[in-house]
Design a protein around this ligand. Structure first.
Ligand code: SF4
Length: 197
């Protein structure tokens, strides 16, 4: 076989595809295709920021969610990472915070309000509306019983000593501001929060 012919045969066997507009498409061997980088699982997510719920450091996180927000699409969280724009954690998370995705996805995570009636051993599921109504009723009744306008010496105190309030480590400044307004409005004195307000 002439040398030129042999070279052409070699090129024909080595390439598959067609020359279009001067560009020849060369088939990529299967092994090379498999080793090509896969698209990131965050490639098509939308991101929202939140705060790690575990401790008072209050690291900011970016939550990656799949789903186009259509009514018939159930959004799925596929990744949670530290927020690089946060001045607190600058994109980092401790091991506990780094496991947040498992926390969110856990089938043991409570996603509804649980109510245990006084004296009962059973927890029952109630709606947020029911829970809010129960809490409002109890706060009103307790305040009616425990509010003191004056102390034993007749001095104005406007205080409430039979209700206490606790806050969580993920309460933001704005939430704490509203909680303070709420408790001062009630006259409530006993308040504890990891932000030490
Ligand atoms: S990531 Fe770690 S340090 Fe940061 S808030 Fe969560 S538990 Fe605290």
């Amino acid at each position: 076989m002439p040398k030129e012919s042999s070279r052409r045969e070699f090129i024909k066997r080595s390439t598959k595809g067609a020359a279009v507009g001067g560009v020849t498409a060369v088939a990529v061997p299967a092994a090379a295709a498999e080793s090509a980088p896969k698209p990131l699982k965050t490639a098509h997510t939308h991101q929202s920021t939140s705060i790690c719920p575990y401790c008072a450091v209050g690291c900011s996180v970016v939550v990656h969610t799949l789903g186009d927000k259509s009514r018939n699409v159930k959004p799925a969280i596929v990744h949670i990472e530290g927020d690089p724009d946060s001045p607190i954690n600058r994109g980092t998370l401790c091991p506990k915070g780094a496991s947040l995705e498992e926390f969110v996805q856990s089938d043991r995570r409570l996603t509804t309000v649980q109510y245990r009636a006084p004296g009962s051993r059973e927890w029952t599921r109630i709606t947020w509306a029911e829970a809010m109504t129960k809490m409002a009723r109890r706060i009103k009744d307790s305040r009616d019983q425990g509010f003191e306008a004056t102390d034993a010496q007749g001095r104005t105190v406007n205080r409430l000593g039979n209700i206490a309030m606790i806050g969580g480590c993920t309460d933001t400044n704005e939430i704490n501001y509203l909680l303070s307004k709420f408790r001062f409005g009630l006259g409530l004195l006993a308040y504890e929060n990891q932000s030490r307000l």
